[in-house]
Design a protein around this ligand. Structure first.
Ligand code: 5RP
Length: 226
């Protein structure tokens, strides 16, 4: 099974969990795209749901598939949030934000009663940190935040747009510093240190948030509970 096939499989399986009348949070990234497409197909077949998206791109995709995607103001409580992750470590400690949507993802996930992670086997790691940890920051605070993250040994690098036309900007118009931290032994402590820096808006450590992970691999989809 290719990685794309695994993403499509787990995305569809997650879409099958959605029931009529649910309020659903839409994640961001290539695995979430598969989830949204599968859910969109169910909506086209008659499923009645309302959604809140964690990025402009997921909102556009959902709407293009005929889904009712509204703001958190209209729908502040959600039944279920489905999203991918860049790394999943024991205890369901996650790194998210490879797609740049970590802030809205954390906000929308916090509005949901249940948060289920959808990944392929490649995302399962013994400890976090091989994937650079994204930290979303206010633009003017960059020199100060960069210096402090460097002092913490987290090796921040300003994320650039893929076309090389300048720094990447999030949907909230902030910068992202990707921290090449190496092995993160104590994610809770690192999260607290980053959060204490003035100018940091959010970081990509999602700790104690997910109920379980759905993991697609050669043998189908398995569940990993924290
Ligand atoms: C976006 C995210 C994604 O969920 C994460 O990057 C995984 O993406 P993909 O499913 O494309 O591997 O956090 O900000």
């Amino acid at each position: 099974m290719t990685q794309d096939e695994a993403k499509a499989l787990v995305g569809k399986r997650a879409a099958d969990m959605v029931e009529d009348g649910m309020r659903v949070g839409l994640g961001t990234g290539t695995t979430s795209v598969q989830f949204i497409k599968a859910l969109g197909a169910r909506v086209q077949a008659g499923l009645k749901i309302r959604c809140v998206a964690s990025s402009d791109s997921s909102e556009e995709l959902g709407r293009s598939l005929g889904m009712d995607v509204v703001s958190l103001e209209e729908l502040p409580e959600l039944d279920l949030y489905i999203d991918g992750a860049d790394e999943v470590a024991p205890g369901l400690a996650l790194i998210k934000g490879g797609g740049g949507a970590l802030l809205r993802e954390k906000i929308v996930s916090s509005a949901a009663k249940r948060f289920i992670v959808v990944v392929d086997e490649s995302k399962i790691v013994p400890h976090l940190g091989k994937f650079p940890l994204p930290v979303e920051i206010v633009k003017m605070a960059r020199p100060l935040v960069e210096r402090r993250l460097t002092e913490l040994g987290l090796n921040p690098v300003l994320r650039q747009k893929k076309d090389g036309s300048g720094p990447y900007l999030t949907d909230e118009n902030n910068f992202i510093l990707d921290c090449h931290a190496g092995e993160i032994i104590d994610p809770g402590a690192v999260a607290a240190e980053i959060r204490a820096i003035v100018g940091v808006v959010e970081h990509g450590l999602f700790l104690g948030r997910a109920e379980f992970a759905m993991i697609a691999g050669e043998d189908g989809v398995r569940e990993l509970h924290g």
